[in-house]
Design a protein around this ligand. Structure first.
Ligand SMILES: C[S@@+](CC[C@H](N)C(=O)[O-])C[C@H]1O[C@@H](n2cnc3c(N)ncnc32)[C@H](O)[C@@H]1O
Length: 265
Protein backbone atom coordinates (compact mmCIF):
# COMPACT_ATOMS: atom_id res chain seq x y z
CA UNK A 1 0.00 0.00 0.00
CA UNK A 2 2.80 2.41 0.96
CA UNK A 3 4.63 1.66 -2.29
CA UNK A 4 1.47 2.34 -4.31
CA UNK A 5 0.95 5.67 -2.49
CA UNK A 6 4.58 6.61 -3.12
CA UNK A 7 4.25 5.74 -6.82
CA UNK A 8 1.07 7.84 -6.94
CA UNK A 9 2.83 10.85 -5.46
CA UNK A 10 5.74 10.34 -7.83
CA UNK A 11 3.39 10.37 -10.85
CA UNK A 12 1.61 13.41 -9.46
CA UNK A 13 4.90 15.30 -9.10
CA UNK A 14 6.19 14.33 -12.53
CA UNK A 15 3.03 14.77 -14.56
CA UNK A 16 1.27 17.79 -13.09
CA UNK A 17 3.84 20.57 -13.38
CA UNK A 18 4.96 20.92 -17.01
CA UNK A 19 7.76 23.46 -17.34
CA UNK A 20 8.58 23.18 -13.64
CA UNK A 21 9.17 19.52 -12.71
CA UNK A 22 11.20 17.26 -15.00
CA UNK A 23 11.68 13.52 -14.75
CA UNK A 24 13.36 13.12 -18.11
CA UNK A 25 17.01 14.22 -18.31
CA UNK A 26 16.84 15.22 -21.96
CA UNK A 27 13.81 17.43 -21.34
CA UNK A 28 15.47 18.81 -18.22
CA UNK A 29 18.60 19.71 -20.17
CA UNK A 30 16.54 21.46 -22.86
CA UNK A 31 14.45 23.32 -20.29
CA UNK A 32 17.48 24.60 -18.37
CA UNK A 33 19.11 25.68 -21.63
CA UNK A 34 15.96 27.49 -22.77
CA UNK A 35 15.34 29.09 -19.40
CA UNK A 36 18.94 30.29 -19.34
CA UNK A 37 18.85 31.80 -22.80
CA UNK A 38 15.34 33.24 -22.57
CA UNK A 39 14.99 34.29 -18.94
CA UNK A 40 17.75 36.86 -18.64
CA UNK A 41 18.90 35.40 -15.33
CA UNK A 42 22.34 36.56 -14.35
CA UNK A 43 23.32 33.64 -12.11
CA UNK A 44 22.77 29.89 -12.08
CA UNK A 45 22.39 28.14 -8.71
CA UNK A 46 21.95 24.41 -8.12
CA UNK A 47 20.54 22.82 -4.99
CA UNK A 48 21.20 19.10 -4.61
CA UNK A 49 18.70 17.08 -2.57
CA UNK A 50 16.12 19.86 -2.28
CA UNK A 51 13.59 17.66 -0.46
CA UNK A 52 10.27 19.48 -0.02
CA UNK A 53 11.68 22.68 -1.46
CA UNK A 54 11.51 25.22 1.37
CA UNK A 55 15.04 26.50 0.71
CA UNK A 56 14.76 26.76 -3.08
CA UNK A 57 11.35 28.44 -2.91
CA UNK A 58 12.63 31.08 -0.48
CA UNK A 59 15.94 31.66 -2.28
CA UNK A 60 14.26 31.90 -5.70
CA UNK A 61 11.85 34.43 -4.25
CA UNK A 62 14.65 36.53 -2.76
CA UNK A 63 16.91 36.27 -5.82
CA UNK A 64 14.79 36.69 -8.94
CA UNK A 65 17.96 37.39 -10.94
CA UNK A 66 19.15 33.82 -10.38
CA UNK A 67 17.91 30.67 -12.09
CA UNK A 68 17.63 27.86 -9.52
CA UNK A 69 17.94 24.24 -10.60
CA UNK A 70 17.01 21.85 -7.80
CA UNK A 71 17.68 18.13 -8.16
CA UNK A 72 16.10 15.52 -5.95
CA UNK A 73 16.30 11.78 -6.44
CA UNK A 74 13.07 11.03 -4.52
CA UNK A 75 10.66 12.32 -7.15
CA UNK A 76 7.59 12.11 -4.94
CA UNK A 77 8.77 14.91 -2.62
CA UNK A 78 8.98 17.27 -5.60
CA UNK A 79 5.21 17.54 -5.38
CA UNK A 80 5.65 19.60 -2.20
CA UNK A 81 8.45 21.64 -3.74
CA UNK A 82 6.39 22.39 -6.85
CA UNK A 83 3.45 23.59 -4.75
CA UNK A 84 5.73 25.98 -2.84
CA UNK A 85 7.26 27.39 -6.04
CA UNK A 86 3.84 27.94 -7.56
CA UNK A 87 2.55 29.60 -4.38
CA UNK A 88 5.58 31.91 -4.44
CA UNK A 89 4.95 32.77 -8.10
CA UNK A 90 8.56 32.04 -9.10
CA UNK A 91 9.47 31.42 -12.73
CA UNK A 92 13.18 31.10 -12.03
CA UNK A 93 13.13 27.46 -10.89
CA UNK A 94 13.47 24.03 -12.51
CA UNK A 95 12.87 20.98 -10.30
CA UNK A 96 14.53 17.85 -11.61
CA UNK A 97 13.94 14.30 -10.41
CA UNK A 98 17.43 12.90 -10.80
CA UNK A 99 20.50 11.68 -9.02
CA UNK A 100 23.08 14.45 -8.64
CA UNK A 101 25.53 12.21 -10.50
CA UNK A 102 23.50 12.99 -13.65
CA UNK A 103 23.97 16.77 -13.39
CA UNK A 104 26.63 16.80 -16.16
CA UNK A 105 23.89 15.48 -18.50
CA UNK A 106 21.77 18.53 -17.67
CA UNK A 107 24.18 21.45 -17.28
CA UNK A 108 27.31 22.10 -19.38
CA UNK A 109 30.68 22.55 -17.65
CA UNK A 110 31.67 25.88 -16.10
CA UNK A 111 28.15 27.34 -15.92
CA UNK A 112 27.11 27.14 -12.27
CA UNK A 113 27.71 30.02 -9.85
CA UNK A 114 26.79 28.23 -6.66
CA UNK A 115 25.95 24.68 -5.60
CA UNK A 116 24.02 24.20 -2.34
CA UNK A 117 24.14 20.99 -0.31
CA UNK A 118 21.62 21.24 2.50
CA UNK A 119 21.49 18.55 5.15
CA UNK A 120 22.68 15.86 2.79
CA UNK A 121 22.19 12.24 3.80
CA UNK A 122 25.19 11.27 5.97
CA UNK A 123 25.42 7.63 4.82
CA UNK A 124 27.24 6.63 8.06
CA UNK A 125 28.41 3.19 6.93
CA UNK A 126 31.91 3.22 5.43
CA UNK A 127 30.83 1.03 2.54
CA UNK A 128 28.33 3.74 1.49
CA UNK A 129 30.80 6.61 1.65
CA UNK A 130 30.80 7.09 -2.13
CA UNK A 131 27.12 8.03 -1.90
CA UNK A 132 27.87 10.99 0.37
CA UNK A 133 27.44 14.14 -1.65
CA UNK A 134 30.91 15.40 -0.69
CA UNK A 135 32.78 12.22 -1.64
CA UNK A 136 35.64 12.83 -4.11
CA UNK A 137 33.57 11.60 -7.08
CA UNK A 138 30.84 14.18 -6.43
CA UNK A 139 33.36 16.97 -5.73
CA UNK A 140 34.87 16.35 -9.18
CA UNK A 141 31.43 16.67 -10.75
CA UNK A 142 30.89 19.99 -8.92
CA UNK A 143 34.32 21.23 -9.97
CA UNK A 144 33.43 20.55 -13.57
CA UNK A 145 30.06 22.30 -13.31
CA UNK A 146 31.18 25.39 -11.41
CA UNK A 147 32.16 28.62 -13.13
CA UNK A 148 35.63 30.01 -12.48
CA UNK A 149 34.35 32.06 -9.56
CA UNK A 150 31.76 29.47 -8.50
CA UNK A 151 31.46 28.01 -5.03
CA UNK A 152 30.00 25.14 -3.07
CA UNK A 153 27.97 25.92 0.06
CA UNK A 154 27.12 23.17 2.49
CA UNK A 155 25.00 23.11 5.67
CA UNK A 156 24.60 20.11 7.95
CA UNK A 157 23.84 19.07 11.50
CA UNK A 158 26.11 16.04 11.11
CA UNK A 159 29.65 16.57 12.38
CA UNK A 160 31.18 13.37 10.92
CA UNK A 161 29.80 14.32 7.49
CA UNK A 162 31.11 17.86 7.91
CA UNK A 163 34.59 16.60 8.83
CA UNK A 164 34.51 14.08 5.97
CA UNK A 165 33.64 16.98 3.64
CA UNK A 166 36.48 19.18 4.93
CA UNK A 167 38.93 16.32 4.42
CA UNK A 168 37.79 15.63 0.88
CA UNK A 169 37.75 19.28 -0.09
CA UNK A 170 41.36 19.52 1.09
CA UNK A 171 42.28 16.29 -0.68
CA UNK A 172 40.75 17.53 -3.93
CA UNK A 173 42.57 20.88 -3.68
CA UNK A 174 39.54 23.09 -3.00
CA UNK A 175 39.94 26.44 -1.24
CA UNK A 176 37.93 26.81 1.91
CA UNK A 177 36.24 30.21 2.13
CA UNK A 178 34.33 29.99 5.41
CA UNK A 179 33.75 27.39 8.09
CA UNK A 180 31.03 27.79 10.70
CA UNK A 181 30.69 25.21 13.44
CA UNK A 182 27.66 26.90 15.02
CA UNK A 183 26.10 28.86 12.23
CA UNK A 184 23.02 31.08 12.51
CA UNK A 185 21.34 31.68 9.17
CA UNK A 186 19.53 34.67 10.66
CA UNK A 187 22.69 36.71 10.24
CA UNK A 188 22.99 35.84 6.58
CA UNK A 189 20.59 37.55 4.17
CA UNK A 190 21.86 35.31 1.34
CA UNK A 191 20.64 32.14 2.98
CA UNK A 192 17.30 30.52 3.79
CA UNK A 193 16.20 27.87 6.22
CA UNK A 194 15.49 24.34 4.98
CA UNK A 195 12.87 21.89 6.30
CA UNK A 196 15.50 19.81 8.11
CA UNK A 197 17.28 22.88 9.40
CA UNK A 198 14.06 24.20 10.91
CA UNK A 199 13.56 20.94 12.83
CA UNK A 200 17.18 20.83 14.03
CA UNK A 201 17.14 24.45 15.15
CA UNK A 202 14.00 23.82 17.18
CA UNK A 203 15.85 20.99 18.92
CA UNK A 204 18.80 23.30 19.61
CA UNK A 205 21.18 21.29 17.41
CA UNK A 206 24.29 23.14 16.20
CA UNK A 207 24.36 23.68 12.44
CA UNK A 208 27.65 23.60 10.55
CA UNK A 209 28.26 25.45 7.32
CA UNK A 210 31.11 25.83 4.87
CA UNK A 211 31.73 27.57 1.58
CA UNK A 212 34.50 26.40 -0.74
CA UNK A 213 35.78 27.08 -4.23
CA UNK A 214 37.59 24.75 -6.59
CA UNK A 215 39.03 27.29 -9.02
CA UNK A 216 41.76 29.86 -9.03
CA UNK A 217 39.64 33.00 -9.43
CA UNK A 218 39.80 33.88 -5.74
CA UNK A 219 42.05 36.20 -3.71
CA UNK A 220 43.29 35.34 -0.21
CA UNK A 221 41.67 37.13 2.75
CA UNK A 222 43.08 37.49 6.21
CA UNK A 223 40.17 37.49 8.62
CA UNK A 224 37.03 35.53 9.29
CA UNK A 225 34.94 38.68 9.15
CA UNK A 226 36.09 39.45 5.62
CA UNK A 227 35.40 35.96 4.42
CA UNK A 228 32.00 36.00 6.10
CA UNK A 229 31.22 39.31 4.44
CA UNK A 230 32.29 37.91 1.10
CA UNK A 231 30.02 34.99 1.62
CA UNK A 232 27.00 36.80 2.93
CA UNK A 233 28.02 37.00 6.58
CA UNK A 234 27.43 33.70 8.41
CA UNK A 235 27.85 33.92 12.14
CA UNK A 236 29.63 31.21 14.10
CA UNK A 237 32.31 31.53 11.46
CA UNK A 238 35.88 30.52 12.19
CA UNK A 239 38.97 31.05 10.11
CA UNK A 240 39.71 28.05 7.97
CA UNK A 241 42.45 25.84 9.41
CA UNK A 242 45.99 26.28 8.16
CA UNK A 243 47.56 23.63 5.96
CA UNK A 244 45.66 22.36 2.97
CA UNK A 245 42.79 24.83 3.54
CA UNK A 246 43.21 28.47 2.61
CA UNK A 247 40.95 31.39 3.40
CA UNK A 248 39.96 33.34 0.34
CA UNK A 249 37.19 35.52 -0.98
CA UNK A 250 35.25 35.49 -4.21
CA UNK A 251 36.12 37.85 -7.01
CA UNK A 252 33.03 38.95 -8.83
CA UNK A 253 30.33 37.15 -6.86
CA UNK A 254 27.16 39.23 -6.58
CA UNK A 255 24.12 38.17 -4.71
CA UNK A 256 20.81 38.43 -6.51
CA UNK A 257 18.73 41.57 -6.47
CA UNK A 258 16.51 42.09 -3.48
CA UNK A 259 13.13 42.47 -5.18
CA UNK A 260 10.70 39.55 -4.90
CA UNK A 261 9.95 36.97 -7.60
CA UNK A 262 6.79 38.50 -8.91
CA UNK A 263 8.62 41.66 -9.97
CA UNK A 264 10.94 39.80 -12.39
CA UNK A 265 10.23 39.89 -16.17
C1 LIG B 1 18.07 14.68 4.62
S1 LIG B 1 17.19 15.21 3.23
C2 LIG B 1 17.34 17.00 3.30
C3 LIG B 1 16.30 17.69 2.47
C4 LIG B 1 16.44 19.22 2.40
N1 LIG B 1 17.67 19.59 1.72
C5 LIG B 1 16.38 19.86 3.75
O1 LIG B 1 17.43 20.33 4.24
O2 LIG B 1 15.30 19.93 4.34
C6 LIG B 1 18.34 14.81 1.92
C7 LIG B 1 17.68 14.79 0.56
O3 LIG B 1 18.69 14.60 -0.42
C8 LIG B 1 18.20 13.71 -1.40
N2 LIG B 1 19.38 13.07 -2.03
C9 LIG B 1 20.29 12.27 -1.43
N3 LIG B 1 21.23 11.88 -2.31
C10 LIG B 1 20.91 12.47 -3.49
C11 LIG B 1 21.50 12.43 -4.78
N4 LIG B 1 22.60 11.71 -5.04
N5 LIG B 1 20.92 13.14 -5.77
C12 LIG B 1 19.79 13.87 -5.53
N6 LIG B 1 19.18 13.92 -4.33
C13 LIG B 1 19.74 13.24 -3.31
C14 LIG B 1 17.33 12.75 -0.62
O4 LIG B 1 16.40 12.09 -1.44
C15 LIG B 1 16.68 13.67 0.39
O5 LIG B 1 15.46 14.20 -0.09
Amino acid sequence: MRIRRKAGRRDKALNNYPGLVFGDLLLAEQAVRQKRSGGGWRQLAVEIGCGKGRFVAEMATRQPGTLFVAVEMEAEVLFHAAEKIIAAGCENVALIAADAARLPDIIPPGQVDVIYLNFSDPWPKARHSKRRLTSPGFLRIYHRLLARTGRLVMKTDNRPLFEFSLQNLAGEGWQLLTVGWDYSFRDNPDDAETEYEHRFRELGTAIMRLAAAPGTGWQPVSSCKSAADADGGPSGCHPAPAGPFRMSRPGGWQSGPSERCGSHH
